[in-house]
Ligand binder design. Structure first.
Ligand code: SAJ
Length: 428
């Protein structure tokens, strides 16, 4: 086996940076590559440009021992891990432009025998496509030693870590490794074995790509079920939280939690890659996406219904902007969507936003005089209607006395009031 001493990680985002850091703290020489100079500077200073528990300690440690460096240009390395975004196009097919750009950086460095792993969540066939781009640029190489040409080893190893638990799950989760060839899969397994204590399961690249999409679609479909239940329960005047709690006492029922919608860059995106790859067959998966995507507008309507009963001077507390609890990630966040729609459509209402994980409001709120960022308790005390959009710890621990006399619209079912009342509460 060829020993891997140096690894270049292309893309120092939510997945690339933790992977780079964990490899580096396990003795590998890691060069992180990013197009963003601020990210490069932050990492080289031992800092993390986003919130993720324990990542800071790993990055600071790895940088101080010289095992982790960041740079703009792709260096020569024994292995490359590509962890760049795969957004979707207007027709919701995957946009592989960042993967192609990573390939253009890697290609000139290759000498043969390097391992190249695609970690980015990708539609079926993307790893093969990465191979095509590399070989187009380097016709002197091959993927399997064909015609006696030196070969490079290509594999897909989807990340499966949960934001907020990344440094734990990187080590403990099982991993799926799909090789373009069995040799590529085996080499990738050896690299992940450096830090992964879970089982490392080998398959082909397309099955690995699909497995990742299926995992996130499974969750999306189940959250859509919970969100549909919350809308049904609301129309039937049933407390959905109690309903789910009771149903989950059945030994084979485990309903997830409703909320303001599904956010983040994974679950809200990945199922579309399946729909786009098999549009005729992927009906349930498509409907789940539509159901979850319709939830923010539904919540927005509920807020309007409550506002219609309140004086025009009534202020609104919006608690949480992140796409889920205890993180600062606002990507594809239903909470941002709801808050922005409120702020735009109600320019004369004061919106007191609390998002304990950010220091300033995102750009779309900046020029809005009716919107301001406050600590949770202050946003609540200033307001007449309290809308819970994210179950951050700071929101869960609101002093119940602060809620007295206010209307509460709790999309996460966490405030004391919502334990005994409906989704929209009468004055507490
Ligand atoms: N959500 C609900 N109700 C629930 C659970 C989640 O409304 O019961 C919402 C969250 O609030 C959030 C969204 O769904 O808006 C997604 O949150 P999540 O915690 O389910 O997942 P992510 O997007 O943070 O991470 C997922 C994970 N995938 C699975 O659990 C199958 C993670 O393991 C993946 O690595 C990640 O996607 C990814 O990068 O693909």
């Amino acid at each position: 086996m060829t020993k891997i001493n140096t690894v270049a990680v292309i893309g120092l985002g939510y997945i690339g940076l933790p992977t780079a850091a964990i490899l580096a703290t396990n003795g590998i020489d890691v060069i992180g590559v990013d197009v963003n100079q601020r990210t490069i500077d932050a990492v080289n200073a031992g800092q993390v440009p986003f919130v993720e528990p324990d990542l800071g300690i790993h990055v600071a440690g790895a940088v101080s021992t010289g095992k982790l460096k960041a740079t703009r240009d792709t260096p020569s390395a024994d292995a490359y891990i590509v962890a760049v975004p795969t957004p979707f196009n207007a027709d919701r097919s995957a946009d592989l432009r960042y993967i192609e750009s990573a390939a253009r950086g890697i290609a000139p460095q290759l000498q043969g025998d390097e391992l190249i792993i695609l970690e980015s969540t990708s539609p079926p066939g993307a790893t093969e496509h990465l191979g095509d781009v590399l070989l187009e640029l380097r016709p002197d190489l091959s993927l399997d030693g064909e015609n006696g040409l030196p070969r490079i080893l290509l594999a897909h190893c989807p990340e499966r870590v949960l934001p907020g638990r990344v440094m734990i799950e990187l080590v403990t989760n099982d991993r799926i490794v799909g090789g373009i060839t069995p040799e590529a899969a085996a080499r990738a397994r050896d690299l992940y074995g450096v830090f992964c204590q879970g089982e490392i399961l080998l398959t082909d690249a397309k099955t690995a790509e699909m497995a990742k999409l299926v995992e996130n679609s499974y969750r999306d479909v189940n959250i859509a079920f919970a969100n549909e239940l919350s809308m049904i329960s609301d129309s039937l005047d049933i407390d959905v939280w109690e309903l789910i709690r009771l149903a989950n006492h059945h030994p084979r029922v485990n309903i997830l939690q409703p909320g303001p919608g599904v956010g983040g860059h994974c679950i809200a995106v990945d199922p579309w890659f399946i729909v786009s790859a098999a549009p005729q067959a992927a009906n349930l998966i498509k409907q789940a996406r539509l159901t979850n995507d319709s939830k923010p507008a539904w919540v927005r309507n509920r807020i309007q219904e409550v506002l219609n009963e309140l004086p025009s001077s009534a202020e609104i507390a919006v608690l949480g902007l992140a796409f889920k609890a205890n993180i600062d990630d606002l990507r594809e966040s239903p909470a941002v969507e709801i808050a922005a729609a409120l702020a735009q459509s109600l320019p004369n209402r004061r919106l007191n936003i609390a998002e304990p994980n950010v220091e300033e409001l995102p750009s779309q709120f900046r020029d809005m005089p009716n919107v301001e960022l406050f600590p949770v308790n202050e946003a609540v005390s200033r307001s007449d209607l309290v809308v819970v959009l994210v179950d951050h710890d700071e929101v869960k621990s609101i002093d119940p006395l602060l809620l007295k006399g206010k209307r509460v619209l709790d999309t996460k079912g966490i405030l004391p009031a919502s334990k005994t009342a409906q989704f929209v509460n009468s004055p507490v």
